[in-house]
Ligand binder design. Structure first.
Ligand code: MF3
Ligand code: CO
Length: 288
């Protein structure tokens, strides 16, 4: 195994396996998106996601993950003020909610990890802006996943996109290396300084995951000991892709190969094929 400053460098064969895991992950997330509508429970959304992993013969990276107690599901489903690590259950989604779905699969020993936040039916303009900005921040980070850049450049790009739009990034949770383990080095926070951190080399694979709060960046953990929510009760969003640095630029491991037909809106099809959706691109272009 090759290493670069404590970070596992993936071979071409490793990346091919990670791409297979990522593709399953994308299909599972797409199934979750199709299942989301008013009245559906988060357990039902989880079941739709799990069904894809099972059918594709993939393992579930989150199930049993160590924490206050072993994580009890294949997905994390977090609604409105819940930022990450929400446990699927009997809660019914309702019109106007925003819901984050995070899933991890294992194929041939490698992990794919990705997440999306979507609206349930019609959502407020401010909620939509939060989704657009968070997705734009993810793609701003992906754009920096190149040889010659450093992890600090990736972090700084995510932070700048979020903060110039008046939102905040979480401090306590970070993006991370991903490979045979779901969490490898390096940690890639959603804030940082350009020019700092590890230099990026071909074969480095990182799960970038902007976690964004509409209000104060402070979080709290709910009584189930897993769910992380905003302290002030304001909305939050989370987008994630697993991404490889290659000689030819960033490779989004958790993209689908082609556009979905139906199930997801055009905006989300765009995320699934590894392009910033149009609204997210607009947010990104409004630089001053
Ligand atoms: N995508 C998250 C992460 O990278 C979810 C894992 S939490 C788990 O940390 F406990 F469910 F595994
Ligand atoms: Co992750």
């Amino acid at each position: 195994m090759a290493w670069h400053r404590g970070v596992v460098i993936k071979t071409e064969a490793d990346l091919a396996a990670m791409r297979r895991a990522g593709r399953v992950n994308a299909r599972a997330l797409a199934a979750a998106v199709s299942a989301v509508r008013p009245g559906v429970t988060t357990a039902e959304v989880n079941a739709a996601t799990e069904a894809v992993l099972r059918k594709d013969g993939a393992g579930m990276a989150f199930l049993g993950y160590p924490g206050p107690y072993p994580y009890p599901a294949a997905t994390c489903i977090s609604v409105n003020d819940e930022l990450v690590h929400g446990i699927p259950g009997p809660r019914q989604l309702k019109e106007g909610d925003i819901v984050s779905i995070d899933v991890g699969s294992v194929v041939d020993g490698f992990v794919g990890d990705s997440a999306i936040t979507i609206g349930v039916g019609q959502i407020s303009e401010e909620a939509q802006r939060l989704l657009d900005v968070t997705c734009a921040a993810l793609f701003a980070g992906i754009e920096r996943m190149r040889v010659g850049q450093r992890t600090g450049d990736v972090s700084a790009a995510i932070q700048a996109t979020v903060e110039r739009n008046g939102f905040n990034v979480v401090r306590e949770y970070t993006g991370h290396g991903v490979g045979r383990a779901m969490h490898e080095d390096p940690q890639v926070p959603n804030y940082g300084k350009a020019g700092m951190g590890m230099s990026l080399q071909p074969g480095i694979t990182i799960a970038l995951e902007p976690m964004v709060l509409a209000g104060s960046p402070e979080t709290r953990v709910l009584r189930d000991q897993w769910t992380v929510a905003s302290r002030d009760g304001q909305l939050t969003a989370h987008f994630e892709h697993s991404v490889a640095v290659t000689a030819n630029g960033p490779l989004i491991l958790t993209a689908l190969d082609e556009d979905l037909d139906g199930g997801a809106s055009a905006a989300y099809n765009s995320y699934f094929v590894g392009r910033a959706p149009a609204a997210a691109r607009e947010v990104e272009e409004q630089r001053t």
